[in-house]
Write a protein that binds this ligand. Sequence first.
Ligand SMILES: Nc1nc2c(ncn2[C@@H]2O[C@H](COP(=O)(O)OP(=O)(O)OP(=O)(O)O)[C@@H](O)[C@H]2O)c(=O)[nH]1
Ligand SMILES: [Mg+2]
Length: 385
Amino acid sequence: MNEVAPSRYGDVSVPRILVMGVGSSGIQAVACMHELNPELAVVGVDTDTKVLESAALDRIIHIGSVVTNGFSAGGDVELGRQAVEKDSSAIRKQLRQVDLLILVGGLGGGTGSGAIPVITRIAREAGSLVLCMLTLPFKFEGELMAEKSDNALKRIRTHADAIIRIPNEMMVDRTDADLSVEQVFDRSQQLMKDGIFSLWRMLSQNGISRLDFASIHTMLRNCDGFCHFASAEAMGGDRGEMVADAILKHRLLNGGKVLSGAAGIIVSLTGGHDLKLSEVETVMNQLQEKLPKDTWVNFGIALDPMFQNRLSAIVLVAEQWKEPLMDDARSQMGFTFNRRLPIEQGELPLETVGKGRFANLDPTIHDSQDLDMPTYIRREIKLPR
Ligand SMILES: Nc1nc2c(ncn2[C@@H]2O[C@H](COP(=O)(O)OP(=O)(O)OP(=O)(O)O)[C@@H](O)[C@H]2O)c(=O)[nH]1
Ligand SMILES: [Mg+2]
């Protein structure tokens, strides 16, 4: 059973990670991850009993049975929101002692777009670091879908530490005319899976200079709300070159353009005991060439016997730092912020306030609203600083 538990490495510094798939596409993504890596703790959340029952998952949370009678939210975001509010205690229960929650789903439908903002808020209240990995709808899905997705993103951003957007539209090239819709969906799921596995490996495995949770924490808490990621893997003699090339051309980094404006980057390499210094240099030098001089770079190497003759890289990129945390971040990160930081005064972030010793109690829900939350947060009113 894939409970969130201390790492098999017995290392107390290893964070407890939970991947939560929300809505039908989110469930599909985590079911696939679970099948490939049963060590990864995953849970599926949906309104739709059929989807939940057909997913081969040990842990599922059925939300909103009183709201949707076990059917999907049918694209209705408000129903998705109500569904999760009704069953928020089941979500809270799963989040106990989770250090990093990775929320996965597709925006544009009812359940994902309605429930993910609420789950993000609950997770922040529970003290977890929250990273969302979300697909955005195709253009052909229409303006209404795009609007629902945009609105959900705004709400998610008020609580999530960082969001990685995977626009379905970006999964297709001009040469892909014959690609089926299913193949395109598979591509975005594959990217999510690769990214989450690499992140999990980066945080759980021993290495020469393993990146610790503090590095990820700093990056996610201090980025402006959005992050980019890319991962690549190669085997054989030219693996250093191949990995560098794949990262530099990666579709989620807009063919490498994101790197040239990066404020911060985390690079994690995984190799076997045969990993050569020259391979590490190849990847790092090629990335450094694209990055602005003042980019904050944090880098680690993990060793895994399974990676003999193989090299894998994951990069996590922040384009901007968020201004309100500048002093905090500066002292935590030990670096000088670059000049691209906006200097105008911002708004107070809609951070939720921890409930201290009441954190594990059920909330006071009235009319689908959590009355224990300060009104300005509940109503998403931005207060000037
Ligand atoms: N990458 C990927 N995206 C998908 C897939 N299926 C749907 N999507 C995208 O995800 C969006 C939301 O779809 P679902 O996950 O089915 O919606 P839901 O959250 O379950 O919402 P309801 O079914 O309305 O309750 C769609 O608009 C698509 O853009 C998939 O298999 N892979
Ligand atoms: Mg659905």
